[in-house]
Each structure stands twice: as C-alpha cells, then as structure tokens.
Design a protein around this ligand. Structure first.
Ligand SMILES: [Zn+2]
Length: 131
C-alpha cells in the first residue's frame, strides 16, 4: 500500500502502488482523479509554521523582563547602595545574557547612580559629614 492524496479535496488515503498515475475515483469527493505519487503529498503550511511562531514569541519577552524590572528597581534603590549593587549587577548580567539592550542600559544607569552615591557617601563619611 502507498500513501496518496486527492489533488482536488486534499484528503489522504492508502492505495495499491499500481494505481499511481492511473485514473481513479477519489473515495472522499467521488471525483475522477489521476492518483499522484506519495512524493507529491500536499502539506498544509498554516498548521506547523503557526505553532512554531507562537513558541518563539512567547519565550522572548519573559526572559528579558527580569532584566528590565531589575533595571527599574536599580534606578529607584540606588540611594541605598546595599540594595542597589546586587540588584543592578544581577540585572546587568541577565541583560547581557539575553542581549537585551534596554535591560543593559537601565542597569548601567542604576549601577552608575549606586556607585556615585556610595562614593559621595564614602567621601562625606570620611570627612565626618554623614547626613
Ligand atoms: Zn477527493
């Protein structure tokens, strides 16, 4: 038995190999068709490509969100270097791993602010002028 397909209704069916290239009646649409060889099976392009597209689009934003959120947090908590450093460093690593430019930029800003704040704090602290 060979797998073949009706060129009119695109239903697939099994048929004796000797029928390939012969005229026969389609068991589904009852039209007289020329039985095509198995290599000419028509695939439905919509189904397969549709599902692969969805999985790719679902994965991407989820992975870069962590870096984005950490960058936002880093821009807020830079006033407290104890929190600002770990948050922005983790966010920066995540952003670089995902090649996520927005995440990298936000965390670089957050990290810079944390560095400036702790440097200023250290200088003021050394001079005995802690807020
Ligand atoms: Zn048919």
């Amino acid at each position: 038995m060979q797998k073949s397909q009706c060129p009119l209704c695109q239903e697939t069916f099994e048929i004796e190999a000797e029928w390939i290239g012969q005229q026969a009646q389609c068991p589904f649409c009852q039209q007289v068709i020329t039985i095509p060889p198995p290599s000419q099976l028509i695939t439905h392009p919509g189904t397969i490509s549709g599902t692969t597209n969805i999985t790719i689009e679902e994965n991407r934003p989820q992975k870069s969100t962590a870096s984005f959120v950490l960058g936002i947090i880093g821009c807020i908590v830079w006033l407290i270097p104890l929190i600002g450093f770990p948050v922005t460093i983790v966010g920066l690593i995540l952003g670089i791993r995902r090649k996520y430019t927005v995440g990298i930029t936000l965390n670089v800003i957050g990290l810079s602010l944390t560095l400036v704040n702790s440097a200023v704090g250290a200088v003021l602290g050394a001079q005995g002028k802690l807020f």
